[in-house]
Design a binder for this molecule. Sequence first.
Ligand SMILES: *Cc1c(COP(=O)(O)O)cnc(C)c1O
Length: 421
Amino acid sequence: MNLAERDLQVIWHPYTQMKTALPPIPIVRGEGTCLYAEDGTKYIDAISSWWVNIHGHSHPYIAKKIAEQLLQLEHVIFAGFTHPGAVELAERLLAILPFNQKKAFYSDNGSTAVEVAIKMCLQYWHNKGEQRTKIVAFKNAYHGDTFGAMSVSGRSAFTAAFDSLLFEVEFIDLPNGNNIEALKSHISHLKPHVSSFIFEPLVQGSAGMIMYEAKYLDELMAHCRKEGVMLIADEVFTGFGRTGKPFASDHVQTQPDIMCFSKGLTGGTMAFGLTTCTQEIYDAFLSDDKMKTLFHGHSYTANPVACAAALASLDLFLEQSTQQNIDRIVAKHAAFAEKVKGHRSIKTTRQTGTILALEWETGDNTSYFSGLRDKLYQYFLNAGIILRPLGNVIYILPPYCITDNELDYIYNTIGQALDDI
Ligand SMILES: *Cc1c(COP(=O)(O)O)cnc(C)c1O
């Protein structure tokens, strides 16, 4: 049996209908933007392996730091104990986040980072003796796959089997010039019961790279702040340069109360989650009353190896050449978007920073499950490019080390697909 056959004997893959899925492609090596299959086929990873990779695969600097850490200290319980990596990472990250962020709480992935954020907000009000239990979120939001994170995400085919068990959330439209006043008064109306407002700043990734203006987000955030509604910026996807600036929150004036990070945190090397918060939130848990404690943690909270990976990734992220690469991708994306704009197969193009999304013209069938999606996916795989359309939306969000040649190859292949499909 080859690897794919052995896989199908024992493995259940994420987001995969195992009955109809094609056998998985065995990948045995990664370098820079590229992944190499068992049979030698090379793939350009144009989606950064589910949006996590920022410096390229198997980066030697990150690998070296991880190896050193493994030989020094692989793990230690994080209640009652600490270690240098956890402290240094918190110090260095808090220094580059919006300056009201004062405390770091570690967990394992994006969903857990969101769970922690939700619990911090709900218990903040609980500890203060106020009945504020409602959460406001955007329609079509995606905040993760655990139950709390799923609850604050839009209801969809992905949540259908669980909808009756998810807690109720007030879903609002994305803000724009027409509805901003209505949204503000809606929030004022709900305010006595609202604990917090959770949002993906600027880009709703899983919804199909839906983008909205910083200006209106800022206005909505400022209004929530005025009404005492806690602001949770879920930067699991947008953090670490994706939007052109280090964090999507850098595009607005109003600072969130809580921020969630994961995908780019370790440069795409390993699972890790981080929730940061203000002094005010932290202080609401300080008490002689043990019941005011944040009773949350994971076995691998602040794993030293994950901290080492995140520190190494941060070193690379802060190098000048990384920001130059980000700026280069932003400019090339914009030029390509301009070029394909008028094509009859393109409905719209959208760009925020290093994220470029092209919406395919489909006539009437726009579902995630449409045949077009599978056709496009296969087309690009055959050309040695990993793109994973969300329905009829193709998006490119590459590791920042992608070369101009690789980008041009992706653009040209998309151009060809536009004519062929
Ligand atoms: C991916 C994602 C999550 C969930 O992160 P996981 O690590 O997959 O659990 C949460 N929020 C946003 C905005 C995401 O894109």
